[in-house]
Design a protein around this ligand. Structure first.
Ligand code: ZN
Length: 415
């Protein structure tokens, strides 16, 4: 390698630029990194390193790179909760660590181990004058989004969480599933009770008609793709399913991943609305189907959901490319399924009995095949990858406890 001194000046400057990031090539001085004004935090629920790799091989092939893996900074997060009986986290404790910087028991929504409410990132960002929002393919009141905008000793209190959204944290954009928790028994809403796909779904809220209350509080309420597309500026509530926006089942047992509105589309709309705020915004985005179908050891649906998640990351990245004061972070709250990417070899099973193996699955653009091997239908304690781009994204390199997310985001969002 020629020493820098002997390289043509422009090439030397570019090499320096490469190492110093976005510096003006001629001067060699690093351009001032803009302060982060906006944060887009994306959760692939249940997504571990193997989920990323399986999606890469299946959708892009050996030479491909997912949008989430193209983000320039990467690290790992540990996910231990502070639970009296379990070392393995659930999504409630996982998201509480992100949203409050505190580890707590499984099932807790941003309360500490003594069940005391903790300040959340969503409420703090709002108090600092930012616009805030959440987008998910789960119920909008499910554990992960709820931890950023509510406090509850039990994650199942989804109607109370919805009430808190309207009365306390007031996110400007709320898009996803979960209509059943906003309406009282006997008021079916836009999505009928007891549908053929899942007879257990039905309106079950105990806080009255929260959709009517949301409208009186100034929210536009939408329930179809056309209404969402037509929605104007200002506060927006969109509920597109009774519960989750998919049917989480084992393969061939009524498993469906066909959200009424796709996650990339909901995210694009949320960005349109939130970016109108001159003070900046905080947006939480989640693909819940990775976790739910991993619980079913359903590889094909996991791969489908991973692709929608990666298209969503591409939407967020494109936004950050034109708004350099935007930090985008992509992580999983825990790994689900004990997934590994393996060769096609039925004899390679170790231990008694056989674990669920899905495949053979094609490696895109090759004749090669791989299998997705599951060791459990539950969450595991594996580290999860985190990738990021934008101001302060470099703080996600290295290995950290999941509470580190709060340590990086809170100073930015409360600024
Ligand atoms: Zn789960």
């Amino acid at each position: 390698m020629k020493t820098l001194a002997r390289l043509p000046h422009r090439l030397a400057a570019l090499l320096v630029a490469g190492t110093l990031g976005s510096c003006a090539p001629a001067t060699g001085v690093a351009a001032e990194e803009p302060a982060a004004r906006n944060v887009i935090f994306i959760n692939g629920d249940g997504m571990g390193a193997a989920h990323r790799e399986a999606a890469r091989l299946y959708h892009l092939g050996q030479g491909g790179r997912l949008a989430m893996d193209r983000l320039p900074y990467s690290g790992q997060l540990t996910t231990s909760p502070k639970d009296p009986v379990s070392e393995i986290t659930d999504s409630a404790a996982g998201a509480t660590a992100w949203a409050t910087g505190r580890r707590t028991y499984n099932g807790a929504i941003s309360v500490d181990t003594a069940r005391r409410p903790l300040p959340t990132l969503g409420a703090q960002a709002k108090a600092a004058g930012r616009a805030t929002g959440l987008v998910t393919t789960a119920q909008v009141t499910d554990a992960s989004p709820a931890a950023f905008y509510a406090n509850a000793v039990d994650r199942d209190a989804q109607d109370d969480i919805a009430r808190q959204y309207l009365e306390a944290s007031k996110p400007d954009v709320i898009l996803g599933g979960g209509e059943d928790w906003w309406l009282p028994k006997g008021t079916p809403g836009a999505y009928p009770d007891k549908p053929a796909a899942d007879r257990t779904e039905a309106s079950r809220g105990t806080e009255g008609n929260l959709i009517t209350r949301a409208r009186s509080a100034g929210y536009q309420y939408v329930s179809t793709p056309a209404q969402l597309a037509a929605a104007g500026p200002g506060r927006l509530l969109g509920l597109f399913a009774n519960e989750e926006m998919f049917q989480q089942r084992a393969e061939g047992r009524g498993d469906v991943y066909q959200p009424v509105v796709s996650l990339p589309t909901m995210t694009g709309k949320a960005l349109d609305v939130l970016s109108a705020d001159p003070d900046g915004f905080f947006l939480f985005v989640e693909e819940e189907a990775v976790d739910e179908f991993a619980h079913q050891n359903n590889a094909r649906r996991v791969l489908q959901a991973m692709w929608q998640l990666d298209r969503t990351v591409a939407v967020a990245r494109a936004y950050a490319d034109t708004h350099p004061d935007t930090l985008v972070v992509v992580a999983g709250d825990h790994e689900t399924g004990g997934l590994s990417v393996e060769a096609v070899d039925p004899k390679d099973e170790s231990g008694a009995g056989t674990s669920a193996e899905d495949g053979p699955l094609p490696v895109k653009n090759t004749k090669l095949r791989f299998t997705m091997d599951w060791t459990t239908t539950e969450h595991t304690g594996q580290d999860v990858p985190v990738t990021a781009v934008g101001p302060q994204a470099d703080r996600f390199t290295g290995k950290h406890p999941n509470t580190h997310v709060y340590d990086v985001l809170a100073p930015i969002l409360t600024e």
